[in-house]
Design a protein around this ligand. Sequence first.
Ligand code: GTP
Ligand code: MG
Length: 196
Amino acid sequence: MRIRSADFDTSATDISTCPPPGLPEFTFIGRSNVGKSSLLNLLTGRKGLAKVSARPGHTQLINFFTINEQWRLVDLPGYGYARVSKAAQEKFADLITGFLLKRTVLTRVFVLIDSRHEPHRIDLEFVSWLAGCGVPYVLVFTKVDKLKPNAVTKNIGLFAAALKDDWNTDMPEVFRCSSETGAGRAELLAFIGSQI
Ligand code: GTP
Ligand code: MG
């Protein structure tokens, strides 16, 4: 898929301020700092479209972008960022779960996982929750430029094993991406193209 246009639509603070459902939506979610905004910029080829931050917890709103006037990318706030208050964490959790369960045009959720680490409980819990709710999703392992391909494969294998053994959830489709090298971009865009 060629990206002809990528336009920021709006930032929503809650479900009621989201734009009216229309185009099919592909939604990015993952732990804070996993590389959601960077991947969004890579996919669209627009470096400054979503704000990339050295400080985790930067994206605190639901950001909507329209691509090729044909589909939407949605950047959700990162979950599991410990250094905000409990109340703020709960507010994010409500925002995220409400959006994922109620958004009728949600075509696919991309759950981003940092490929550098062994499985985190919060990612496993989140994926298991998604699967249990029947929300369609795939896994995107990010920052694969940071380690050798074998090490990435090992961490993906550990994730699959933990999902199967501890959460009784099948492993969905997997993508490996790097916003540094561009790895995975063509595959993700082809996948989106096949879904719209
Ligand atoms: P929040 O909005 O705070 O939840 O973060 P985010 O998930 O949007 O992550 P963001 O794209 O802001 O990236 C966080 C940090 O990781 C930044 O310092 C990025 O430069 C870095 N980063 C993101 N993707 C990659 C990648 O593929 N490779 C490497 N090496 N660094 C990356
Ligand atoms: Mg972000």
